[in-house]
Design a protein around this ligand. Structure first.
Ligand SMILES: [Zn+2]
Ligand SMILES: [Zn+2]
Length: 945
């Protein structure tokens, strides 16, 4: 059997379809992975890399004392399968294979993926023949050709890729760990550092500093308008920028009629047709159509995989002589470009245009087969059309312009008007992405005199350099040798996802800036492009067999060690610098109470809130939703009322939650609660706000006298307000419990979303679970809740209620578990028997239980039962057990009723005690009689308490 291994499933499918020709293609799945078979051939697709490199075991603990960040430099690396099912299937098929053909993409990355597959094959079938098929487009011609002329794997090319992987891992992991630990950042907030990423970030930071340091210069522009045969003409002063206002005004004042034509120059200009697309050129052009770099590449790869365009990762801007340009034109004819193709064929330039870079791997990006607009969908069509039109443009003649320049004199001041007219559109006819601005001047003769209709003096300012757009940054990275055609857009994507940069165009965040500046201060090799450019040169040397991969990795290792020498000497400083700078990113603006800074605080667990930096002197704070709803970050927007930064909750994979101004939000979210307090007037609310009382719970916690003073009302009215506030809080708590319970207990079904149920319940005046249980069956039915469900919700609610009560009463969580395990759930259960009995049931010490019962009783507003010492109880038990016929069970019942010794038994009302304990009154009376006897005749062996 012949086994063919493609880079992805989609290309496997296409290759199989092409190679099977007229044979029927059978598709099956093995452990979910598709296999395509025809004749005696099986084709499978990988998922790009199916293994990844990682450090050998023992390096996962970031805080390990022995395995420091530096130790990662020399750590051994291993290959770990990341796509186990595919690896298994590949090896299973390899065992049966007579030959294996690797048909991954043809570049460094593809060669490495191919080599990884090769190694997996060799593990299970050491002798099988392995071929390599190389192609630049997945079209029938290319594929058949490639499989007819297979070669061997280029291990040098793969070695270059492998060296890059090892070096990237080593630099990225060791530096990321070092910097994150220094700045005390962990979890989702680690500060990543990378070989390509850090110099790229530094470029963006640099640009931002240039912009900040930019001092705009004022200058003046002078122009005039005239006309010829009714056609308006604009002319500019030949001094394009006046730096001095006085001389600009003087020039304007000297400008006066007649306007005399002093010279007319006519000429022609050719506008060269654009060069073929390499990856960068393509990304730049796609950006003009609104595609961010990563999107453009994703769509292009999809088109490649489906055979519509050639491989989109290329540095080549010269069509190789082997590329069949006529064949491509023919193939594209049955498309909506038919007319354009006919035009290009008729007007074809003698040689296609060529760019500056010629390489042997892939041709420039070009169309590979015909496609229809409907079948591609809008996004893919736009990119496909761009590639087709660019291809056509490279075969089209240059555009030609007729140019005209007219010089004037007005009172000694020289002016010029320029115009241009497209005489032959050439490539512009098929490539309409940049518009040709024509400005046609009327015919003028030397010596002609014209009127001056207006003279305009405009004040302008020089502009700072612009921020980088993604495509501009990719161009710049290419110029500096940062990254490769395949990785540049991914690096930018990473900077965005790590929150180092944001916005379009790109600007650095505070963290991005802090990390860059700290690295620049202490180990600037990491932020400069030189190091990474050297590495790219080394890669080329590996490919050309001038150096070995091992040698290059070793050099990089020693370079990284010297970086660590610098870093470790300044670890403390780096940490402090970053922490100080990034504190600002959490600072929101002035505290409404004391004016110091408010700051977002994240605690170790999910808790986050906004607190005053004046704490503990100032206790102002605003609660935020738990971090599971998104991590709170400040945004650039400001509240005009409070001067605070807006806050946004960001969670991976979901839309950000905009909180807006936290103080506005805080006040709004309490508006409904305040409206539930019947005695609170709008004027009261205003006064409360002005005194920084924003929430109902703050009102509930204010002393009546103080509240009375603030609102200028009698004390009893203040008490009423406080009581109402407490009631509102209780209501809100019940509502929230009810909401939680509904969410937890009712499985979402069609037509009964929790949110809908809660809304309907509140509309029906049901705010808590007790109300829900008592709700009319018709209502429950309408909401889709069964009686059984309502029942179990009520029980659950009771539990929740109990737990809250006991927790508030002060029972520690650990003890609570023991009580629950013993079946003691509610406060009533706690008070249902004397602590002496309860301690026996629960297995906690008498002291502890008495303390707990006292807390519960006080929380309930009840008098706690009398307390006894362990010694008292034990003596009392011994004493009671001497009574005739008193069993252990009866003892327990007596204790439960608080009758823990003979004195208490003697004093008890027999009928009441009988009712409490279930022991017949006669028996109790009999014991009391025995005790009375003993009192009269004390015996030596009985100690009466
Ligand atoms: Zn404050
Ligand atoms: Zn506000």
């Amino acid at each position: 059997m012949d086994l063919i291994v493609a880079e992805k499933n989609i290309s496997a499918h296409r290759i199989a379809a092409i190679l099977s020709g007229r044979e029927k293609l059978k598709e099956s799945r093995d452990a979910g992975v598709p296999v395509y078979r025809f004749n005696d051939c099986a084709v499978i697709g990988l998922r790009g890399h199916v293994v990844e490199i990682d450090f050998e075991e023992g390096y996962t603990n970031w805080r390990s004392r022995e395995k420091t960040p530096r130790s990662l430099i020399d750590a051994r690396t291993i290959k770990v399968p990341t796509e186990k099912k595919i690896v298994q299937l590949l090896q299973k098929l390899s065992r049966q294979a007579d030959t294996v053909t690797i048909a991954t993409d043809f570049d460094t990355e593809g060669e490495l993926i191919g080599k990884e597959a090769y190694e997996l094959v060799r593990q299970v079938n050491p002798d099988v023949t392995v071929h390599r098929a190389r192609f630049s487009a997945i079209t029938p011609d290319e594929i058949r050709n490639a499989f007819a002329k297979t070669t061997a794997i280029d291990f040098d090319l793969a070695a270059a890729g492998e060296a890059r992987q090892v070096i990237d891992l080593m630099w990225g992991a060791s530096l990321t760990r070092f910097i994150s630990l220094a700045a005390r950042r962990g979890g989702a907030n680690i500060l990543s550092v990378g070989r390509v990423q850090s110099p790229t970030l530094a470029m963006i930071v640099d640009r931002e500093r240039e912009i900040e340091a930019f001092v705009p210069q004022t200058y003046w522009e002078l122009s005039l308008s005239t006309e010829k045969d009714g056609e308006p003409v604009e002319a500019r002063h030949q001094t394009t920028r006046f730096c001095d206002k006085d001389s600009a005004i003087a020039a304007r004042d000297r400008t006066r009629e007649p306007l005399v034509v002093t010279e007319v120059k006519e000429g022609t200009r050719t506008e060269k047709a654009p060069a073929p697309f390499d990856t960068t050129g393509f990304i730049v052009a796609a950006a003009r159509l609104g595609f961010p770099a990563a999107n453009a590449m994703r769509v292009a790869e999809d088109l490649y995989m489906n055979g519509y365009i050639s491989y989109p990762r290329t540095d080549n801007t010269v069509y190789p002589s082997t590329l069949d340009l006529n064949g491509i034109l023919r193939a594209l004819r049955p498309t909506e470009f038919e007319e354009d193709i006919a035009w290009v064929t008729a007007n074809r330039r003698p040689h296609p245009t060529r760019g500056k870079k010629s390489s042997t791997d892939h041709p420039p990006i070009h169309p590979a087969s015909a496609a229809a607009r409907q079948s591609l969908g809008q996004e893919r069509w736009k990119i496909y059309e761009l590639v087709v039109r660019r291809f056509l443009a490279t075969l089209s003649p240059d555009a030609r312009w007729r140019t005209m320049k007219v010089n004037f004199d007005a009172g000694g001041e020289p002016y010029t008007a320029t115009g241009g007219q497209l005489t032959s559109p050439g490539w512009r006819k098929v490539y309409p992405y940049s518009s040709a601005k024509e400005y046609i001047l009327p015919v003028m003769r030397e010596g002609e005199r014209l009127p001056i209709n207006d003279v305009k003096l405009e004040e302008k300012e020089t502009q700072p350099p612009p921020r980088y757009s993604q495509s501009r940054l990719i161009q710049q990275m290419e110029e500096l040798g940062l990254g490769t055609k395949s990785t540049r857009h991914e690096v930018i994507q990473k900077l965005v996802s790590r929150k180092y940069v944001e916005g379009t165009p790109l600007r650095p965040t505070l963290v991005g800036r802090a990390v860059t500046e700290s690295l620049e201060n202490h180990a600037d090799t990491i932020t400069r492009p030189a190091m990474t450019r050297t590495l790219e040169e080394h890669m080329e040397q590996i490919k050309a067999r001038k150096r070995s991969g091992i040698d290059v990795v070793a050099e990089s290792r020693s370079m990284l060690h010297s970086v660590f020498n610098q870093l470790e000497a300044h670890g403390e400083e780096i940490g402090v610098e970053i922490m100080e700078q990034t504190a600002e990113e959490m600072t929101l603006g002035p505290c409404p109470v004391c004016g110091r800074d408010l700051r977002i605080r994240h605690l170790r667990n999910q808790t986050q809130f906004i607190g005053c930096t004046g704490y503990p002197e100032c206790t102002f704070n605003i609660g935020l939703p738990m971090a599971m709803w998104g991590r709170a970050l400040r945004t650039d927007k400001h509240c005009t009322v409070h001067g605070l930064h807006h806050v946004r909750l960001v969670r991976k994979g979901s839309r950000p939650w905009e909180i807006g101004c936290p103080l506005c939000h805080h006040m709004e979210s309490n508006t409904e609660a305040f409206s539930l307090m019947p005695s609170l007037t709008p004027a009261h609310r205003e006064t409360l706000l002005s005194r920084h009382i924003y929430t109902v719970s703050e009102v509930a916690n204010t002393a009546p006298e103080r509240l009375a003073g603030i609102l200028d009302i009698p004390d009893d009215e203040a008490r009423t307000l406080i009581r109402e506030a407490e009631e509102v809080l209780a209501l809100l708590r019940r509502r929230s419990d009810c909401r939680k319970l509904v969410r937890r207990m009712l499985a979402p079904k069609k037509g009964r979303s929790p949110a809908k149920i809660i809304r309907h319940l509140q509309e029906a005046g049901i705010n808590d679970v007790a109300g829900l249980a008592g709700a009319a069956p018709a209502l429950l039915k309408k909401l889709g809740i069964t009686e059984k469900e309502a029942d179990s919700m009520l029980r659950e609610a009771k539990m929740v209620e109990n737990e809250r009560f006991l927790r508030n009463a002060g029972i520690p969580a650990a003890s609570m578990k023991k009580y629950f395990a013993a079946g003691i759930f509610s406060p009533e259960d706690f008070l249902s028997g004397h602590p002496v009995w309860l301690s026996g049931v629960v297995g906690l010490s008498l002291d502890t239980v008495q303390r707990h019962v006292e807390m519960v009783a006080r929380a309930k507003g009840l008098t706690p039962p009398a307390k006894y010492t362990t010694a008292q109880v034990s003596r009392g038990r011994d004493n009671l057990l001497t009574l005739p016929g008193l069993t252990d069970l009866q003892l327990e019942r007596l204790q439960k009723a608080g009758i823990v010794d003979s004195t208490l038994l003697l004093a008890a009302d027999a009928a009441a005690a009988a009712a409490q304990t279930g022991i017949p009154a006669g028996k109790i009376k009999a014991w009391q009689a025995v005790l009375q006897e003993r009192e009269k005749k004390p015996r030596d062996d009985i100690i009466v308490i």
